[in-house]
Design a protein around this ligand. Structure first.
Ligand SMILES: Nc1ncnc2c1ncn2[C@@H]1O[C@H](COP(=O)(O)OP(=O)(O)O)[C@@H](O)[C@H]1O
Ligand SMILES: [Mg+2]
Length: 420
């Protein structure tokens, strides 16, 4: 029987939870036989940072990255691996460096999505650069910040055009707050964005390849309680629309591991944050949804490598814009067509078929892991390293309850908490 060996690299920051889970499930999964009879063997390795030769052949077939958004050296390694040897990346830094939140807003506006009105204002403090000072003195137009805010209306949000992790994000309720936030923004380039006030639901969709889990999110809660365990909180059409928006923006920019935020008010879905290069999948924040995320990461990594899926960094912008620019289609009709392009990009049907025919044992492996001692040990270690000592016992019980609820729901049938 033909054999193929694949190495999956993990590029990590401080986390220990999901990498251990990923390693455990990949080991337990064993070899995967594809439709031609080739047996695929998997090894997982945590990557280290060291000098690299630009011609050196990487050993990894696929890399899951949680680091390169923040650090240059691994980022440049990823670019090299992508360009010289077609290493499959979740995600490619090309797509995130040039296509941050601002670009996503622009593209989604072009596609006709309900991005709240947004204005980019020039730096409060220009970069320290002699030539910039000269250029600014000659060409920078004075502008009236209050007039912009007045047009958008209070309350509004000021946030970095390329931000993440809520850094530098402020809710602005009046002119005094506006000026304070702008003065504090310093050398960061900021958006002013109309607030979607009094929304009904904050839906956060985590996408891993062809799978999307839409979760009911409450940003006002502490980290461990932000994702609510809640099924069917969106009606069928809004659920479809939310998944579609997430999948479309991901396919559009070739993002394969991303979390997307939408605010839903009076049945309108407003996308507000769509470019998270290193999406949070910590056990302590995802809790109930953590086993799904690990299973999806393993399945998508295996699907891409075993089927020889080619990484793509070139965009299909024109195909989307041709739909966007059609006057004879309404919003829903456009979404349906974008969705077809996105499903085609993520090979959704073939992926589902691959999971059913090549990974039929994975569900049971993940369930046994969730019900067994290995995940429990990981949970205890994670809680101990995350929370102060007096909170260990209550949090361990809290998370145990959520993980066993997931296992119970899965055993009860596929209706609950299923990704789309
Ligand atoms: N237009 C908006 N309307 C209402 N809430 C918003 C808006 N923009 C941001 N927020 C709130 O601020 C938080 C952080 O903003 P976001 O755009 O997601 O930035 P980051 O990329 O730092 O996560 C959001 O999760 C949401 O709670
Ligand atoms: Mg956000």
């Amino acid at each position: 029987m033909a054999q193929a060996h694949h190495l999956i690299g993990l590029l990590l920051g401080t986390e220990e939870d999901w990498p251990s889970a990923f390693e455990t499930i990949t080991r337990a999964m064993g070899p995967v036989t594809d439709s031609t009879g080739t047996e695929h063997h998997y090894a997982v390795e945590r990557m280290t940072i060291e000098p690299f030769d630009l011609r050196h052949q990487p050993r990894q077939d696929l890399v899951i990255d949680r680091l390169a958004y923040w650090y240059y050296h691994p980022r440049e390694w990823l670019k090299k691996a992508a360009l010289t040897h077609d290493v499959y990346l979740l995600n490619s830094p090309f797509t995130f460096q040039s296509m941050e939140k601002h670009a996503a807003y622009c593209a989604m506006i072009r596609l006709g999505l309900h991005v709240p009105d947004t204005v980019l204002v020039p730096f409060k403090n220009p970069p320290d650069h002699a030539k910039y000072a000269y250029t600014a003195a000659r060409y920078n137009q004075p502008f009236d910040l209050d007039a912009i805010a007045g047009r958008l209306g209070y309350p509004l949000f000021m946030k970095p055009y390329d931000g993440g992790a809520w850094v530098g994000v402020s809710l602005i309720r009046n002119a005094a707050e506006l000026h304070r936030a702008y003065d504090e923004s310093g050398q960061r380039l900021m958006h002013l964005q109309q607030a979607v006030s009094g929304y009904d639901v904050f839906a956060r969709s985590l996408s891993i390849g062809a799978e999307t889990m839409v979760m009911n999110f409450d940003p006002d809660q502490p980290m461990h309680a932000r994702y609510r365990v809640d099924h069917g909180f969106l009606d069928a059409h809004t659920g479809w629309e939310t998944v579609t928006i997430g999948r479309v923006v991901n396919a559009f920019f070739r993002w394969e591991f991303n979390s997307c935020e939408t605010l839903i008010k009076d049945a309108v879905v407003y996308p507000i944050d769509y470019a998270n290069a290193c999406p949070d999948i910590a056990l302590t924040s995802l809790h109930y949804y953590f086993p799904w995320a690990i299973k999806a990461l393993v399945s998508w990594s295996v699907f891409c490598t075993a089927t020889g899926r080619r990484p793509r960094y070139d965009l299909d912008t024109r195909r989307y814009f041709e739909i966007a620019d059609r006057a004879d289609l309404d919003y829903d009709q456009k979404l349906e067509r974008y969705r077809a392009l996105a499903d085609e990009y993520f090979d959704v049907e073939r992926y589902a078929d691959f999971c059913a025919s090549r990974l039929p044992h994975l569900d049971e492996i993940v369930l046994e892991w969730v019900e067994g001692p290995s995940l429990d040990r990981l949970l205890v270690d994670t809680v101990r390293s995350t929370f102060p000592v007096q909170e260990h016992d209550p949090f361990i019980e809290h998370y145990r309850g959520l993980l066993s609820a997931w296992a119970r729901d899965q055993r009860a049938g596929p209706a609950c908490g299923e990704p789309i």
